[in-house]
Design a protein around this ligand. Structure first.
Ligand SMILES: Cc1cc2nc3c(=O)[nH]c(=O)nc-3n(C[C@H](O)[C@H](O)[C@H](O)COP(=O)(O)O)c2cc1C
Length: 190
């Protein structure tokens, strides 16, 4: 079965990006994928420092996150847009997981994998600028990012008080992104 790992580049309580990645994950499940949703709050890593890496090795949580990436065929990633780019939290996690441990292949967490990317913001652009740089980053580490992507603008108007997306059109678009990601990952796995 195709395995998809879903996460947001935010550890904020009530994160909009958590909310949208949950919907995309549902779409991937409905397409037949096995989906694991994680919270980066459970994988806290120090800011990457090459000297500390040389002295102490890879932190346990960074290794655990990397192993999750390695054991999945594709990713659903929802990223906040911070000053037109990705948050340090997400970049730091991606950087740690790009480091090779003994017995691993270079960039094993990323090469041959598929990603579907999305962003959400209360602003009018929905984080569309972060998707440009996130796509570039993922492609550069060897992950194929599917052409479809979603930036959900004014996301706070599309949710209920429990922080779930309730707007039907948005749900349909996000589920479709999850489905396409799962289907592409399945094809690539064949
Ligand atoms: C440092 C910083 C920079 C931000 N820059 C942008 C931005 O460039 N574009 C945007 O739409 N929102 C920006 N925001 C607002 C975020 O979209 C907002 O904090 C959002 O809720 C983050 O996603 P989350 O709900 O998943 O945590 C910024 C927020 C922070 C803290």
């Amino acid at each position: 079965m195709t395995k998809i790992l879903a996460f947001a580049g935010s550890t904020r309580k009530g994160s909009y990006n958590h909310a949208i990645v949950n919907v995309a994950a549902q779409g991937a499940r409905e397409a037949g994928a096995e989906v694991t949703i994680i919270d980066l709050a459970d994988y806290q890593m120090p800011l990457f420092n090459e000297d500390e890496e040389a002295e102490f090795g890879m932190p346990e949580k960074a290794q655990a996150f990397k192993e999750l990436l390695i054991s999945h065929d594709g990713f659903l990633i929802a990223s906040p847009e911070y000053n037109s780019s990705y948050p340090a939290l997400l970049k730091n996690a991606i950087d740690w997981a790009s480091r090779m441990s003994e017995g691993e292949k270079p960039l094993e967490a990323y090469r041959g994998k598929v990603a579907g990317i999305m962003a959400a913001s209360a602003g009018g652009l929905g984080g569309m600028r972060v998707l440009v740089v996130l796509r570039m980053l993922l492609e550069n580490v060897g992950t194929m990012v599917i052409p479809n992507q979603k930036a959900i603008a004014k996301v706070n108007t599309l949710m209920n008080d429990s922080g779930e997306i309730t707007d039907e059109k948005t749900i349909k678009q996000l589920k479709n992104l999850g489905k396409e990601t799962a289907e592409t990952a399945a094809k690539l796995k064949q």
